[in-house]
Design a protein around this ligand. Structure first.
Ligand code: NAD
Ligand code: MG
Length: 403
């Protein structure tokens, strides 16, 4: 270092050199906003490259200005001129459309938060993987729909995948990666969502408003519905299979309504390691953001005496068919998880739009899986073909229910 520099300048230089560059795919959502909340608490540590959103121009523009982003991308191409005008007096690069999402992911950020919801996040996440970035993965759907392919690409391009989903982040913190043979099983905890103890007879009338009202977590609409059907836990079972070196029969699920234990790893000697904390996504996001270090967060600190009791029970697979469906899908592998994910996305949005009932979601997924035969997939275009076909079949089934 040049010793002739005044101390202050030297410090400034050191801080710009160590700034971690960050892009957030899906910055206007629940995970995206929580990530920016953490960044806002230590502006000197992070520099924002790209931010992206689907349709929310106002929020995206506000974030891009506030965090001095280099690029802002709106996925809905019809909103390009709105975003352009909102950022007129800035030098922030503006782009729109699906291809522009890939451009955002291709910006040279060391750390990329993948927090677009659904399979729409697959391509931009892959783009970031292919330049060897560190990916903080919230978008579980991209692993469910293309897990083998995605993890092959992570290995091929030397990318780093850090799980953000609270359960997988917990496992990441407690799994002995040096001795995976000592692991007996992974147990994912599930809050059970708002209806875990409700009679099946009362479940037919569940409204979208009730389903998105999660007792412990504040999240986007799609994952909230997935939590209510327990499909979220099924998707997480598949996600865990791709993220950790375990066999399919080493993955277990337990209902834990307080969401304090975020998951557990059982070892061959009888030890069970768990990660605990109050339910606040800023804790797992911060772990990925600061990794391999830790950072302080504003999450409420855990006081077990205040909580008093932690409850556990077996999930009721009769009332929540999603769990059996996903177990079978995981067993089948190949194109089955891609069909499951696409079909579930279509069914959840149909439910949110009031086109089908709550219990129809799992039925649509099950019937879609019954109607399409599974095969091995070798390329990304295979993934897209299977995804498109499953969406078409599910949409037809939904039309059938509506008529
Ligand atoms: P959200 O709906 O709040 O936000 C989704 C983000 O993706 C928004 O920025 C939206 O603009 C963008 N987006 C939506 N559709 C898009 C499209 N077609 N093209 C481009 N961008 C699009 O969702 P969320 O709750 O933040 O969840 C994001 C992801 O993280 C999901 O995969 C979810 O399963 C996962 N996750 C969320 C939580 C949570 O607490 N919210 C926890 C664990 C995992
Ligand atoms: Mg989760």
């Amino acid at each position: 270092m040049d010793m002739s520099l005044p101390d202050l300048d030297r410090l400034k230089l050191a801080s710009t050199q160590t700034k971690k560059t960050v892009s957030i795919l899906g910055s206007t959502g629940s995970i995206g906003c929580n990530t920016l909340d953490l960044v806002s608490r230590d502006r000197d540590a992070y520099g924002i490259k790209a931010l992206t959103a689907h349709k929310n121009v106002a929020k995206l523009a506000q974030q891009a200005i506030e965090f001095n982003a280099e690029m802002a991308v709106i996925a809905d191409a019809t909103l390009y001129s709105d975003l352009k005008s909102a950022l007129l007096d800035t030098d922030i690069k503006v782009a729109a459309g699906e291809q522009a999402l890939n451009e955002a992911a291709d910006m040279p950020a060391e750390w990329v938060m993948s927090s677009i919801v659904g399979a729409a996040g697959l391509k931009p996440t892959l783009t970031a993987v292919r330049r060897g970035a560190t990916i903080a993965l919230a978008n579980k759907e991209c692993l469910v729909c293309a897990g083998d392919f995605m993890m092959d690409q992570v290995r091929e391009y030397g990318a780093t995948m850090l799980p953000v989903d609270s359960e997988h982040n917990a496992i990441f913190q407690i799994f002995d990666f040096d001795h995976p043979e000592t692991v007996e099983k992974i147990t994912l905890t599930a809050s059970g969502g708002p209806f875990w103890n409700r009679d099946v007879a009362d479940m037919t009338m569940i409204t979208p408003e009730q389903a998105v009202n999660h007792p412990n977590w504040s999240m986007g609409a799609k994952i909230s519905v997935d939590s209510a059907t327990l499909m979220n836990k099924g998707l997480e079972l598949i996600e865990a299979y791709y993220l950790f070196p375990v066999r399919k029969d080493q993955l277990d699920i337990i209902i834990h309504p307080q969401s304090i234990i975020h998951s557990m790893v059982s070892y061959m000697d009888g030890s069970v390691l768990a990660q605990l904390g109050t339910p606040d996504m800023r804790t797992p996001i911060s772990y990925a953001l600061a990794w391999p270090n830790r950072m302080s967060t504003p999450s409420k600190k855990l006081d077990l005496t205040e909580i008093g009791t932690l409850d556990f029970s077996k999930p009721d697979e009769a009332r929540f068919p999603s769990l059996n469906i996903t177990r079978e899908v995981l067993q089948n592998g190949g194109s089955a998880p891609t069909i499951l994910n696409a079909s579930n996305e279509v069914a959840v949005y149909a439910f949110l739009e009031g086109k089908i009932g709550f219990l129809d979601i799992a039925k649509i997924v099950e019937e879609t899986l019954d109607k399409i035969s599974f095969h091995n997939m070798t390329s990304l275009s295979d993934v897209h073909d299977v995804d498109d076909n499953a969406r078409r079949v599910s949409s037809e089934l939904i039309t059938g229910i509506m008529n």
